[in-house]
Design a protein around this ligand. Structure first.
Ligand SMILES: *[C@@H]1O[C@H](CO)[C@@H](O)[C@H](O)[C@H]1NC(C)=O
Length: 291
């Protein structure tokens, strides 16, 4: 029995089928009443999220949540519901937590009125304004992490003029690479590439996308020279900053690392905001691989 259990755990972690535990932010605790459940996390100083929200209560207002200050002032926040599909993730504004939605596990993003420091508690309230369940707002919100090195020019460095300033972590899947230069026109292809393990090759990492100024993601190789550009990249859906050990500028065609930086964060030591998708009225478009 013990051996087979061990074997099973080994298979799961070795094959990577099950990903590292999802990162949701700084934990504020749980709603754990019999009719109200959910885990609450601070996203940053202005947002929080409720994971696996569930309630069987019926006497609820359309938005059954409130922030409560130390002098008992209350404010109803704006709520967004998280959706995901094969095409990606998105948020949609919630006008009312309708009856159907009471039953199922739901992930909700909550935009505070003002910011975290003003509020003492976050609560689920009924239509008479009574608190049904609450958590205390007593944790320091996570914030972007800057940076992996302290001196300018100490970011990425490698062949073909690759150089950048120190890399900043904006959220668990988004990195900023300031003042990035790379003579991409002299290489067959070049991608930002993140992964873990001592070898940097096609198997040990995943391509990261470049965030365009219109907030869409570019999955194409870099083929034109880049000089001193601030670049924002989004890690693959299967990765967070806590799962990776390096970021490389990588030639996919020849599985060649042009230069990389060892980095990564330890979740218990440094908590950055979790990645939260954009608000959208519909599912994101299928990502075109045509470049
Ligand atoms: C907090 O996160 C949300 C969702 O990603 C974002 O819209 C908002 O601007 C962030 N707030 C701050 C103060 O960075």
């Amino acid at each position: 029995m013990r051996n087979s259990e061990f074997f099973l755990i080994f298979i799961i972690s070795y094959s990577g089928v099950i990903r590292a535990i999802e990162y949701n932010g700084v934990s504020l605790g749980e709603f754990s009443e019999s009719d109200v459940e959910g885990e609450v996390f601070l996203v940053n100083s202005t947002h929080l999220q409720i994971v696996n929200f569930r309630t069987t209560k019926t006497n609820l207002p359309p938005i059954p949540f409130a922030f409560i200050s130390s002098n008992n002032q209350k404010s109803t926040p704006k709520i967004y519901r998280h959706f995901s599909s094969q095409n990606g993730e998105w948020l949609s504004k919630l006008v009312s937590l309708s009856h159907e939605q009471h039953q199922i596990d739901t992930r909700l993003i909550v935009k505070m009125t003002g910011s975290a420091a003003q509020w003492k508690q976050f609560a689920v309230v009924d239509s008479n304004g009574n608190t049904l369940a609450s958590v205390n707002m007593n944790q320091k919100p996570s914030a972007p992490f800057c940076c992996f090195e302290s001196e300018a020019d100490m970011g990425l460095f490698g062949e073909y003029g690759i150089i950048s300033d120190p890399i900043e972590v904006i959220d668990s899947r988004t990195l900023k690479i300031p003042k990035f230069s790379y003579k991409a026109s002299q290489t067959p292809d070049g991608y930002f590439f993140a992964g873990a393990g001592s070898e940097i090759d096609q198997k040990s990492g995943k391509k990261a996308a470049i965030l365009r100024s219109d907030q869409t993601l570019n999955y194409c190789p870099m083929l034109k020279d880049i000089t001193d550009q601030d670049i924002i990249i989004r890690l693959d859906q299967s990765q967070t900053i806590y799962d990776i050990e390096w970021i490389s500028v990588f030639c996919y065609k020849y599985s060649h690392d042009f230069g990389h930086l060892d980095m990564g964060l330890v979740e218990n030591e440094e908590q950055v905001p979790p990645y939260i998708p954009d608000i959208s009225i519909s599912e994101p478009h299928v990502i075109s691989q045509n470049c």
